[in-house]
Design a protein around this ligand. Structure first.
Ligand code: DAH
Length: 339
């Protein structure tokens, strides 16, 4: 009997099946009430007492390995059958998740589009600049606080190489290389050494504008900016220009638009003034034209500069600037249908 059991143990280990039906017939053959293993348990009664212990152990090994083998065969078919059942060729395809363009890109492109309708073309300049293009040529006096370490990220000192703090540097590059008339906008990223919070970041985006020709006047500037404000924020939008100071423009102004949330009546967003600031502008200082080799006695021009984050906030009331650089898809997807 011992030999018979050992032989069966080997036999069971080698069992194979290629369908669930075959597994079931193996189960019946070995493990059913009338199967081989049960038969051996019946015979066990007749085993002499002194052999009962050894044979009993062997019988249990046989029973367990038969059960294990049949269960594992069953499982392979169960897994295969499951994937067979899941394969539904009539199902519609999984939707492909499309990315969305960044809100700052969308707004930058809209700004560019509006100005292109009134004849402005686009140029870009380097983000790593020297002192001359960012400050000196733009008429910043040597002791001007914007040159300070606190505002500017310096890469090298003497000669100063730095990350541009504004896109006005691109004005200089263009005026050095082109003759008027020049009518261009310069979008780009700028850097300032600011602690990051919900309302400040160490990098942000600007769009600079420049128009140089004979007889360009402040009235031209005002008309171009009024056109932009109405196109960007709606036909009812009004603008107001407040006197201001920039080293590279004279006279200089800051422009407000009538609050696009309350329509100018006054609300918490515009701090109950009815106006919100959107950009800086002015007539290009004659010193700047001369620095770039453009004769300030023949030519005049205007310039303006706006923050893309600021315009985006006004349009969409994004309360926390950090959202723009965190790449949270949930935030980005909110702008899917905005344009
Ligand atoms: N460069 C200024 C800034 O970063 C913005 C600016 C103001 C640009 C007046 C201009 C301008 O061209 O005329 O704050």
């Amino acid at each position: 009997m011992k030999d018979k059991i050992n032989q069966l143990i080997e036999e069971v280990k080698a069992l194979q099946a290629s369908t669930t039906e075959e597994v079931e017939s193996l189960r019946i053959k070995y493990l059913s009430k009338k199967g081989t293993v049960s038969g051996l348990f019946d015979e066990f009664k007749n085993v002499p007492n002194e052999e009962k212990r050894e044979i009993g152990q062997l019988l249990n090994i046989l029973k367990n390995s038969a059960q294990d083998k049949i269960n594992s065969l069953k499982n392979t078919f169960a897994a295969n059958n499951k994937s067979d059942r899941d394969l539904d060729l009539t199902r519609t395809a999984e939707p492909i998740k499309l990315g969305t363009r960044h809100p700052l890109t969308l707004v930058k492109e809209e700004i560019a589009e509006i100005f292109s309708r009134i004849g402005f073309t686009i140029a870009e300049g380097p983000e790593i600049e020297d002192d001359w293009h960012v400050f000196s040529a733009l008429n910043f006096p040597p002791e001007h606080p914007a040159r300070d370490m606190q505002d500017t990220f310096f890469i090298e000192k003497n000669p100063d190489i730095l990350l541009r703090t504004h896109t006005s540097s691109v004005q200089i590059r263009v005026m050095k290389n082109q003759k008027p008339p020049i009518r261009m906008i310069f979008p780009g990223r700028v850097y300032r050494n600011e602690a990051i919070s919900y309302r400040a970041h160490c990098f942000f985006h600007q769009v600079e504008g420049l128009y140089i020709d004979k007889n360009v006047s402040f009235a031209d500037l005002k008309q171009a900016l009024l056109y932009f404000a109405k196109e960007m924020f709606g036909a009812d939008t009004q603008i107001r220009l407040r006197p201001s100071y920039f080293p590279f423009t004279e006279p200089s102004a800051e422009m407000d638009i009538s609050c696009n949330l309350c329509g100018g009546k006054g609300c918490p967003f515009c701090k109950h003034t009815g106006w919100v600031e959107i950009l800086g502008c002015g007539m290009v200082d004659p010193n700047v034209l001369d620095n770039c080799g453009i004769d300030s006695k023949v030519y005049s021009g205007y310039a303006f500069g706006m923050g893309v984050e600021r315009i985006t906030n006004l349009k969409f009331q994004v309360k926390d600037l950090r959202l723009f650089s965190e790449n949270d898809v949930r935030f980005l997807e909110e702008f899917k249908s905005a344009f």
